[in-house]
Design a protein around this ligand. Structure first.
Ligand code: ATP
Ligand code: MG
Length: 263
């Protein structure tokens, strides 16, 4: 298969109507985008690994110096309270950094190891109300009202329940994290398009996304949060693609964000 973009334009000439249909092979554009994503991904990976490894190496090296005097190992008598304290603190820090890196690698694995989808018919109402139940504590804690609208109410999708729930958890989490004032709203809106496709939108009243980073939010490990791992949206995108669907984002700075899931 080759990816093509199709454009249809209508025009009139000498009172006759014409339809101009253009097909364009966009494979090279896609490859270029993919390459760019790879470069960004590698930048994030190396940044994260360096951030953990550099302090580990420099700490280990300064700890080592505590035990060496004029190029010889110190003897037991030279070990005092101060050396023990410094060593213990240093080892704790090294452990922490190492654990951070292991966490990071495990997160990476969760992106790379999505398994076979297990499709079943799912009632959208059941799915969304379950999500509300699951997130209720977090939502009330943050003073956020969740509104659910489903039209028609018996709307169904063909999806892998576990993975789709994962998508919603990630999206709702993002919305909660984007809302800082006390009167936040998150809307879950499900409907059918004229060509019978199901759309589920999640809209928040959060701080929005800066237009300059809009093209990066789906890249694995891209995050603007101090403690974010940048996994949520890229995982959601992969899962939607495996459902034969897609995910898009619209945002207005300081007004909110709408994430659209197309099934
Ligand atoms: N609803 C939203 N409102 C504002 N910004 C958002 C929203 N959703 C995503 N973003 C932006 O997109 C970035 C990537 O989101 P993603 O969920 O992939 O990672 P994360 O939330 O930073 O970390 P993680 O999900 O792994 O904890 C976020 O850091 C944030 O800048
Ligand atoms: Mg997230």
């Amino acid at each position: 298969t080759i990816p093509i973009s199709v454009r249809i334009s209508e025009f009139k000439q000498k009172k006759e109507k014409f339809k101009l249909i253009t097909f364009q092979n966009i494979e090279s554009e896609l490859n270029e985008k993919e390459l760019l994503s790879w470069h960004k991904l590698i930048r994030v990976l190396t940044h994260e690994i360096n951030n953990s490894i550099s302090p580990i190496t420099s700490l280990a090296s300064s700890l080592e110096k505590l035990f060496v005097k004029s190029e010889k190992n110190i003897s037991v008598q030279d070990v005092d309270e101060k050396i023990i304290k410094k060593t213990s603190e240093g080892l704790q820090l090294i452990t922490k950094r190492g654990e951070g890196l292991i966490n990071f690698v495990n997160n990476y694995k969760s992106i790379a190891s999505i398994k076979q989808m297990d499709f079943e018919k799912i009632k959208v109402a059941e799915l969304l109300y379950n999500m509300e139940l699951l997130m209720r504590n977090k939502l009330t804690e943050s003073n956020i009202v969740l509104k659910i609208e489903i039209q028609p109410i018996d709307l169904e999708i063909n999806a892998d329940k576990k993975y789709i729930e994962q998508v919603f958890i990630n999206l709702i989490k993002n919305s909660i994290e984007a809302i800082s004032d006390s009167k936040g709203i998150i809307k879950l809106n499900a409907y059918k398009t004229t060509n019978k496709k199901v759309i589920i939108e999640i809209q928040d009243s959060g701080k929005g996304i800066d237009p300059s980073i809009m093209d990066q939010i789906f890249i694995p490990f891209f995050s603007t949060k101090e403690k974010g791992s940048g996994i949520g949206l890229s995982l959601a995108q992969q899962i939607m693609q495996l459902h034969g669907g897609s995910i898009t984002a619209q945002t207005l700075l300081n007004t909110g964000t709408k994430i659209k899931l197309n099934f």
